[in-house]
Every structure is written in structure tokens, then in C-alpha cells.
Design a binder for this molecule. Structure first.
Ligand code: TXA
Ligand code: MG
Length: 314
């Protein structure tokens, strides 16, 4: 299959209208979209990514009014989050309406909904004229793409079209928040932090990782580059004499000596933005081990550590 690159939202939307799939930019990571009402088209996403069928997709809308078409009820906890953080890097989970095919939600009776802030993402969804079901545009298990070049490298020949746009502003996927109950529960940390959500509802908390898996995506291998990922907090835990090509990403310059490739970020937000892009670069130049600096799980640090812990599982 030929993969067409275009910077025209309308050209890309034509693929969606004929039942095909398109990778498109958002402010978090690039998504791989299909018409959420078209079962056959949605199945193509699972096939292109090699994604397990029970891992549900996020449905992206261009207008807030579309949320009530997809969701059976907009709960008070969702209302507050939508008012404050839509459009943006937040996803709410609500009970779904029957109009949403089961293939989108992996058979669950709930649906994940997000309204991207990215201008080109919204232009694209508007041009499609339907809500767009989209996971991140990477092969299942790999780090998410933060530029169209990452998508092209991973998906060339597997998808018919990539809508090209700017690099992702945040570089980490959205915060996924279960709003079906009385108080919001964070199922996947992201750029909208627990601290920010607590300002709307003090009782907001992280979902328990034990017991029934509420967000199916959390049980799968994830975010893994080809290189091994190791977490380090100080000099002591670095394998200084390893002969393999190694790289470092983090906040502290003093930890960064002796590596082939180094990325120092000035803030946790910058660390989040650089992380997946650095993973992609390391794979490109054949780095064997990526040493990532552990940081405090406050604010955006929670989302960074969530991705790092999962990327470092052997
Ligand atoms: O920023 C993002 O969220 C990006 C952009 C493209 O929007 N999308 C993204 O999609 O990261 P994906 O499929 O890679 O991750 C979606 C996560 C998965 O962990 C999935 O299990 C969870 O959201 N999810 C989707 N629907 C759900 C539902 N009904 N209940 C619980 N979790 C759900
Ligand atoms: Mg993903």
C-alpha cells in the first residue's frame, strides 16, 4: 500500500469518507483515525497497529455538542472537566450510547471521549464530519509518535494517508479520567495533572492498579523502544563501563557523563515533551540502553514515571 503524505485536512478527510484510516497530528501525540461509526474502518486501525481487540479507542470530537451524541449521560464530574479542560489533553470516560459500535469500545459499555486543542486536528475532524476513533499512531507496544516522521517510519505501507502537521506540543498521551462515578478517577496520568483535577473535585484520585483492570490498555506492554530502558536516580545505579551504545535523558547534567547521546530538559514538562522523541532517535542510531532519570511523581512527573516504568519492564 502507498502511504500518501498531505498537509491538507480536506484531502486527508476524503480517506475517512471512503472508509479508510488516516494518521493525524494532535497536541499530545499523533493519532490513527477512522470514522467512529464505521465498524469496518475501525477494524483497519486494529490491524495496522497489531492492537488487541479488547483495548478500546478514544473517540475524538470537534465540537462539545457531539459528546451528548456519543455518551448516554454527561455526569456532573465530567461536566466540570469538559468545561475546564476541553479542548485539550484530557479524555473522559462515560457510559456509551448505542450508536457507538462495540468494536470502538472493545465491548465495554463505556466510551472514551476527547476534544483535541490542536487546530489542524480539529480542522481534520470537522472536514470528516463524523467523530474520529483514534489510538496513538504507532505499532502496538511501541512509543507513541510525536512527529509525522515517526509515524512514517513505523506505519509506511500499512496506512494509506498521513496528515502532516507540527510536532506534538505535549509529547505524552492525554490524561484518561473515568467520570462514570461520583468522583473522577484517573486511569492514565497525562499532562492534565492530579493536582489540577483536584481543584475541580478534591476527591479525585488515581485508579487502583490491583483488581479488575478498568483501562484495558494499562495491562499491555507499552511505550517500549527497541533499546532497553533503565531508570536511574544517581551515579551509583549507572552501569558505567558497559561497552554497549548508551544514551541518557533527564533533568540533571551531572548524571549525563559518558553517554553517546544525551538529552537534558530544563523542566519536567520539557522532559515529557522530549521523551518519546528521544526514544525514537535512540532506536534510529542503534542505542542499546537508554538510561532515564527518575523524577518526583508530582504534577506531570506522575505521567512521565508511568511511561518510564512501563517502558522499562523487561
Ligand atoms: O492523547 C491521546 O490520548 C492519544 C491521542 C491520539 O488522542 N490517544 C491515545 O490513544 O493515546 P491510545 O489508544 O493509545 O490510548 C487510549 C487509552 C488506552 O489505555 C485505553 O485502554 C483507554 O484509553 N481507554 C479507551 N477507552 C476506554 C474505556 N471505555 N474505558 C477505560 N479505558 C479506556
Ligand atoms: Mg497508545
Amino acid at each position: 500500500m502507498q502511504t500518501k503524505l498531505t498537509n491538507s485536512a480536506r484531502t486527508a478527510a476524503r480517506f475517512i469518507k471512503t472508509g479508510d484510516i488516516v494518521a493525524f497530528p494532535t497536541e499530545t501525540v499523533y493519532g490513527l483515525g477512522a470514522n467512529a461509526y464505521d465498524e469496518k474502518a475501525v477494524k483497519k486501525i486494529f490491524k495496522a497497529k497489531g492492537r488487541p481487540g479488547d483495548n478500546p479507542l478514544i473517540v475524538h470530537v470537534a465540537y462539545k455538542k457531539d459528546i451528548s451524541i456519543l455518551a448516554a449521560e454527561i455526569t456532573p464530574s465530567a461536566k466540570k472537566i469538559i468545561e475546564k479542560f476541553f479542548p485539550g489533553p484530557a479524555t473522559v470516560i462515560l457510559r456509551k450510547n448505542e450508536i457507538v459500535p462495540d468494536v470502538v469500545t472493545g465491548g465495554l459499555d463505556t466510551i472514551a471521549i476527547r476534544m483535541p486543542a490542536s487546530k489542524i486536528a480539529r480542522e481534520f475532524i470537522k472536514a470528516c464530519g463524523v467523530p474520529i476513533a483514534a489510538p496513538s499512531a504507532n505499532s502496538s507496544g511501541s512509543p507513541s509518535p510525536t512527529s509525522f516522521v515517526h509515524v512514517l517510519k513505523d506505519m509506511k505501507g500499512k496506512i494509506p494517508c498521513i496528515l502532516t502537521g507540527p510536532d506534538a506540543k505535549y509529547g505524552l498521551e492525554s490524561t484518561v479520567i473515568d467520570c462514570t462515578g461520583k468522583h473522577p478517577v484517573i486511569l492514565r496520568p497525562g499532562s492534565i495533572t492530579l493536582e489540577q483535577l483536584k481543584k475541580l473535585d478534591k476527591q479525585t484520585k488515581y485508579g487502583s492498579t490491583s483488581g479488575k483492570v478498568k483501562s484495558p490498555g494499562q495491562k499491555y506492554r507499552h511505550y517500549k523502544p527497541k533499546a532497553n530502558v533503565r531508570l536511574i536516580a544517581d551515579f551509583g545505579s549507572r552501569i558505567a563501563n558497559s561497552k554497549n551504545k548508551k544514551a541518557f535523558i533527564g533533568l540533571s547534567k551531572k548524571l549525563a557523563k559518558g553517554y553517546e547521546l544525551v538529552k537534558i530538559s530544563r523542566t519536567p514538562e520539557e522532559y515529557a515533551k522530549n521523551l518519546f522523541s528521544f526514544f525514537h532517535k535512540c532506536d534510529e542510531i542503534g542505542i542499546k540502553t537508554i538510561y532515564c532519570e527518575k523524577i518526583s511523581e508530582k504534577g506531570i512527573g506522575a505521567a512521565i514515571m508511568n511511561r518510564l516504568k512501563r517502558a522499562s519492564v523487561k
